[in-house]
Design a protein around this ligand. Structure first.
Ligand SMILES: *Cc1c(COP(=O)(O)O)cnc(C)c1O
Length: 362
């Protein structure tokens, strides 16, 4: 068996130890003589798995008790739509700060339900920077302000303290950077993330909600679209994605055993510094156009001088055991995703390859 270094943006690489454990337990989990995918979500055994996953995520990220934690299906995109239904009154304005592709997606999901104010938009600048905070045009009565903590495709990340809007809560899409470094959860009203970047397999999303926000009436909606109902039923209003929840729980335990988010922050800084240094030392052969202060630690897009070299880079890196370096079609070029489960040796192998490739083709 050969396992390569996997730079996929999502679904993405998982810790080998977690995959091996899941494999070993696949047919007979916990001595039950059945797989975890074959037992009821209402069984005491599964409820214990679900509760442990929540407790582990709380200790991993430092989630205070006055926040609810939900494990829901539908990915990050469904949660984007539910934000307006649950937290904005009909017609109430919501403020969005757009710093890349996913901020635009988030707006499309709420546009049918409420009035969107684009408070700031990085698109005229090609999403190479985050518009300066004092240029944001915020609405005085916004239901919330939404940001994308890390833009997975454009490689733009909020760094430093999150913005503060007083009484208006900050909602953040953390799909591709959750648990990648310590954050102060209390600065946010809602944090949400699809699991398939940094937390586990696709099919489950994590939503962290300050409990007082669950009292908002929002808009008429079915129970299944209601965060309050999901919270009241411990995310088991209907059949939850049990397999995905279990696997994510194994990843949380693995992250805690590795040293928690402080340790991953250290590794993620080391990995991204290696790759940015290789780009910046290439004399323009490799080009990342994002302003250094907001460069993403998790997803690094870059360009080569032309399309044929780009195609060659993708093919040769694949042959060298470096998987999924082709850029997203919206941007082109190359993209390396450096999530928690990608070891530092993976980033080292990538920069060694980059130098070698430049020597042969530069
Ligand atoms: C991947 C991603 C999404 C979309 O997630 P789905 O689970 O496919 O709905 C949304 N936001 C960000 C920042 C992402 O990286």
């Amino acid at each position: 068996m050969t396992r390569v270094f996997n730079f996929s943006a999502g679904p993405a690489t998982l810790p080998e130890a977690v995959l091996l454990q899941a494999q070993a337990e696949m047919l007979d989990w916990n001595g039950m003589g059945a797989s975890i995918v074959e037992i009821s979500h209402r069984s005491a055994e599964f409820i214990a798995v679900a509760a442990a996953a929540e407790a582990d995520l709380r200790s991993l990220i430092g989630i205070p008790d006055d926040y609810a934690v939900l494990f829901l299906s539908g990915g990050a995109t469904t949660q984007q739509a539910l934000l307006a239904l649950n937290f904005a009154a009909p017609g109430q304005v919501v403020d969005y700060v757009v710093t890349g592709h996913w901020g635009k997606t988030a707006i499309r999901q709420v546009a049918p339900y409420t009035t969107v104010n684009i408070a700031a938009d990085g698109e005229p600048g090609g999403f190479r920077d985050i518009p300066a905070r004092d240029s944001w045009r915020l609405s005085p009565d916004a239901a919330y302000v939404h940001i994308t903590a890390n833009e997975t495709i454009h490689g733009v990340e909020f760094r430093g303290d999150p913005p503060d809007f007083g009484q208006v809560p900050l909602f953040a899409d953390f799909s591709s950077s959750i648990a990648s470094e310590p954050i102060d959860v209390s600065r946010y009203g809602v944090i949400y993330a699809g699991a398939q970047k940094n937390l586990g397999p696709v099919g489950v999303a994590v939503v962290i909600i300050r409990r007082d926000l669950l009292e908002r009436s929002g808009q008429p909606r079915a129970e299944i679209f209601d965060f309050r109902s999901h919270a009241a039923r411990d995310s088991m209003l209907n059949t939850p994605p049990t397999w995905n929840w279990y696997l994510a729980g194994l990843v949380f335990k693995w992250m805690l055993a590795q040293g928690g988010v402080a340790e991953f922050a250290r590794r993620n800084a080391a990995k991204s510094e290696l790759v940015y240094a290789a780009i910046d030392a290439s004399g323009g052969f490799y080009r990342n156009e994002v302003k250094p202060a907001v460069r993403s630690r998790m997803n690094i897009p870059w360009f080569l001088p032309d399309e044929s070299l780009t195609a060659r880079f993708v093919a040769e890196s694949r042959a060298a055991g470096l998987l999924a370096l082709k850029g997203h079609k919206a941007v082109g070029g190359i993209r390396a995703s450096l999530y928690n489960a990608l070891p530092v040796q993976g980033a080292q192998a990538l920069v060694d390859f980059m130098r070698d490739f430049q020597q042969r083709h530069g």
